[in-house]
Design a protein around this ligand. Structure first.
Ligand code: GDP
Length: 233
């Protein structure tokens, strides 16, 4: 399968602004700095494409990308990637969190064309908010794929151990990838295509993700933000 086009479509905050048409969508979720833009660019083979999501004014929006391919194993030729805003960012004010969480939750709960969510986690540590997102989306009947980013940061031996720990923490398989080396890109595409082929089974639960908050995003005061080893956070 070859990617024919990968282009930015639109940014949106509410359903009325979402692109029309029943084109299957895969959403990408991850806290800021987890490596989401890098992975999207690597997967689509378009350097700088997902940087669109990081331009001023777009970082807190849902960013839609249109992807067309030659006929894939499951027959798909057109779908969308939806870059969800990075969550768990301690510097964002409470007021922003309050509209941000419900925006992501609303999209995941209500979007009929959503086929699955790729939840990104850093190979070096899983976060409680990631686990909450996975549990909540799974309870909704949404397909979830957990991807550990930046595996190149660890030696091969340490990777396996780290992946095992993450799988125990999240209670599901975790695919290790690297945007830097391109490792596991094929495996990631296989998993994405499988998600695209799965039917949507939204149970439409009305509860929000975090039991102690009405927002998907834990409040800044409860977020323990550890600096990245690479000093980029
Ligand atoms: P985002 O905020 O989740 O979109 O994260 P970015 O894609 O902007 O990446 C955050 C930082 O991590 C940047 O400094 C990237 O160069 C770095 N990074 C992203 N992916 C990888 C990876 O696979 N390996 C390594 N070593 N660094 C990465």
């Amino acid at each position: 399968m070859k990617i024919l086009t990968a282009e930015f479509l639109t940014s949106a905050t509410q359903p009325s602004q979402f692109p029309a048409g029943d084109v299957p969508e895969i959403a990408f979720a991850g806290r800021s700095n987890v490596g989401k833009s890098s992975l999207l660019n690597a997967v689509l083979g378009r350097k700088g494409l997902a940087r669109v999501s990081q331009t001023p004014g777009r970082t807190r929006l849902l960013n839609f990308f249109r992807v067309t391919t030659t006929r894939g194993p499951q027959g798909q030729t057109e779908f969308r990637f939806v870059d969800l805003p990075g969550y768990g960012y301690a510097k964002v004010s409470k007021a922003v969190h309050e509209q941000w969480g419900p925006m992501i939750e609303g999209y995941i709960q209500g979007r009929r064309s959503l086929r699955g969510i790729v939840v990104l986690t850093d190979i070096r540590r899983g976060e409680e908010e990631e686990r909450q997102l996975i549990q909540w989306a799974t309870a909704l009947g949404t397909g979830v794929l957990v991807v550990a980013t930046k595996v190149d940061k660890l030696s091969r031996g340490n990777r396996l151990e780290a992946l095992r720990k993450l799988e125990a923490f999240f209670g599901m398989p975790v695919l290790g990838c690297s945007a830097t080396t391109g490792e596991s890109k094929d495996a990631l595409w296989t998993a994405i295509l499988a998600l695209l082929a799965s039917p949507r089974a939204n149970k439409r639960v009305t509860t929000s993700m975090s039991p102690s908050s009405d927002s998907l995003v834990p409040q800044a005061s409860r977020f323990s933000h550890l600096p990245d080893e690479d000093g980029t956070s």
